[in-house]
Design a binder for this molecule. Structure first.
Ligand code: ZN
Length: 151
């Protein structure tokens, strides 16, 4: 089992615009842009710090995953994401090691790469995400599946 690096850290915020005043304007993080994932009820701002992304996560609907988090715990670190070479292998090794998974099948994350979450109860209270590096086996497979379904 090998983790390459911290890919990103997700921070739950009430408002991306207000949080950018701190993270972009005061701390000087390199702002990459904001996207809205309406299917997940999320607005996400991306900021670069060296090799690591910071994602500011704002809920768009009262039922989104981030709304629930904010209600229970308030603003703060929501999850930590580690890059792996092969997400299917990493999930399998993690499960074999006794860590509970939230999802066994990777899904496509906000950056267009395969992601999957481990259960926070198995990771000492931290929601851990794996992200497969660009060009990894599942990434290549998902791209082939997507292009195959387009006329
Ligand atoms: Zn993430």
């Amino acid at each position: 089992m090998k983790l390459n690096k911290i890919a990103h850290i997700g921070i739950a915020v009430q408002s991306v615009d207000i949080a950018l005043r701190t993270y972009r304007d005061v701390l000087g993080m390199d702002y990459q842009g904001t996207v809205e994932l309406t299917t997940r009820g999320l607005r996400i701002a991306f900021l670069n710090v060296g090799d690591t992304l910071i994602e500011l996560l704002e809920p768009l609907t009262p039922t989104s995953e981030i709304s629930n988090f904010l209600q229970k715990r308030g603003e703060g670190v929501h999850h930590v994401c580690f890059e792996v070479d092969d997400i299917v292998e990493a999930l399998s090794l993690t499960e074999q090691g006794g860590v509970k998974l939230i999802q066994r099948e990777p899904s496509l994350g906000a950056e267009g790469l395969p992601v999957a979450f481990l259960h926070p109860k198995s990771c000492h209270g931290v929601l851990v995400e794996f992200l497969e590096k660009s060009g990894g086996p599942t990434h290549v497979q998902l791209q082939a599946d997507l292009s195959g379904s387009t006329p």
